[in-house]
Design a protein around this ligand. Sequence first.
Ligand code: SF4
Length: 331
Amino acid sequence: MNLIKKIEDHKTLELLKAANEITLQEHGGTLTLERAIFLSWWCDKGDCAFCYMSSQKSRISDPARARRNVQSILAEAELVRRIGWNVEFLSGGYGSFTTSEIKNISQRIYDITGKPVWLNVGITRELEEYGEEIRGITGAVETANPDLHKRICPSKPLEDIEVMLDTAGELGFKKAITIILGLGETPEDLKYLFDLIGDLGINRVIFYSLNPHKDTPYENFSQPASLYYAGMMAATRIKFPELEIIAGTWIDNLANIGPLILSGANGLTKFPLFKMFGTSHGRRVEEEVKWAGRKLKGTFTDMDRLSNGENISPEVEPFIKRYIDKCLRNK
Ligand code: SF4
């Protein structure tokens, strides 16, 4: 099947059908909910054209001020565990935490969730410091077309990401990349993505759709069309049946979820968890999953599960309470 031509010829429905069958056969019918846990609101690159951090840099001049309180990070991990979600990865802008600090936080999250952590903390040459607390390393590729990449992410060269992921593989870590659709790429660019996945032995791809931020060059762009997003993801699923695929969608685009599941998603991400949990938006996600014929691992609505859990430590408890109170206020 010429996958790129199918998208260009608007035969997305055929791709979805094939992708859905492959997914059910290779991965079964369970779908996960994923939560990226952020370390900080700082990035010393700050020049990726689409990124909120690139508009933020001018406002926050001190990386120390942008660091999250570690107890709050751990509280989030505990709540994610309680509701049966996965920590998608530990993420943060460049230059806010040292490698040993990230290692320590990862170890504590591993202790809480029982699962080693994926990292998405920028291009680093210090992977050897990590151990059993880390499951895999994520390269924030964003777009696999090399020319587009150079223009959009001038400070994180594709070659450096590739070297990092190669090293990650040699050290025994799994490998993931992030891809944003809607940056100006075309279906033709899937050839770059497929080469990258194949050459580097990528285990997991996280797709996002562009969220146009104010004060960035993309502020007047629209999010990519739902069937374009679905077609690009379905083609990737068909090409790589064993790949783990996570799909990101936004609170204003929940109707995307059904088509994205049929396109081969194993998990969903990018939700403002504490704003949506237990609300009609959370219920909507559960309904989307149900009507796509999948069983949801975890919950987006069960307040009892959110509230009941172990007391991690006296320092973490106030943060847990604060997050739960936020959910209750939004109900
Ligand atoms: S490196 Fe990451 S956090 Fe920094 S500007 Fe680029 S995308 Fe944003």
